[in-house]
Ligand binder design. Structure first.
Ligand code: C5P
Length: 254
């Protein structure tokens, strides 16, 4: 994991990312790995070049979302695999948006994948690997004080806005946004007197489902999860359609 970016101590190593303390207070460096896991890490592998693509796709999505008024933790991309972000208190929820039935929703409810939902569905899972990120209801979130009503209402508003924007963005490049996962955090102000809720984590083909509108081909991590093959090419094609260059600064193809 060689990188010339100056950084502080390693704070956390997850399945697909490593977090380091940034050199400025209140900042973190997010490093994107090629490692891929599925089914709560029961399946492990790597997708060559994935970290670079996910770093750059996240940069593009976060910058676009900032432009439509969604506050995010993203500050700037530092290198091919690293980005500087604001330190937040992560709300331990996986906020899942579904436009079309797929994945665990299809399985849990005995539905066919591909059924379009008349209205987008927002689901919550508790972020807890040991428990397998169980699905929870809004009432659990409130009763267990994971977030309060005001926070939940902000999360719903922002999530719908993000979904509307991203569906359009992907439709523009011939891709249907089937579902995705978001995480939010609390950004405390400097005097520690208050905070705002902002979008955190990442947005990449690792945590969304993307289907080619013409062919129905899967262009996301399901290629890895389901042993479909062609995951490297699928991630590259998403980057290419988004206009993301994968050339290194010295002109080498990565
Ligand atoms: O597996 P499931 O169908 O519930 O996933 C819904 C969406 O959330 C998918 O796009 C998946 O990639 C994403 N997800 C994720 N991280 C998880 C669970 C789901 O990124 N831990």
């Amino acid at each position: 994991m060689s990188s010339k970016t100056p950084k502080g101590e390693k704070l956390y190593e997850g399945k697909a990312k490593v977090l380091y303390q940034g050199t400025e207070p209140g900042t973190i460096i997010q490093y994107f790995k090629d490692d891929a896991t599925a089914f709560n890490a029961q399946k492990r592998g790597t997708i060559a070049g994935k970290g670079i693509i996910n770093n750059k796709v996240t940069e593009l999505v976060m910058n676009n979302l900032e432009m439509i008024g969604i506050p995010t933790h993203f500050i700037e991309r530092l290198s091919d695999r690293e980005q500087l972000i604001r330190e937040v208190e992560i709300i331990p929820l996986e906020v899942i948006v579904r436009n079309t039935v797929a994945g665990t929703m299809a399985k849990r409810l005995g539905l066919d994948e591909g059924i379009r939902l008349d209205r987008p569905l927002i689901e919550f899972s508790l972020k807890d690997d040991a428990l397998g990120d169980p699905l929870i209801a809004e009432e659990h979130i409130l009763s267990l004080d994971i977030a309060d009503e005001e926070e939940l209402s902000e999360i719903f508003d922002m999530t719908h806005q993000i979904n509307n924007f991203l569906r359009g963005m992907f439709a523009g490049i011939g891709i249907e946004l089937i579902d995705f996962k978001l995480e939010y955090g609390r950004l405390y102000d400097e005097e520690d007197t208050g905070y705002t809720i902002i979008l955190a984590d990442e947005f990449s083909p690792d945590n969304c489902r993307l289907w080619d509108m013409k062919t129905g081909e899967k262009m996301d991590k399901d290629r890895f999860r389901r042993d479909l093959g062609g995951e490297v090419e699928a991630y590259q094609e998403v980057a290419r359609r988004l206009g993301i260059s994968l050339e290194a600064e010295d002109g080498r193809k990565q």
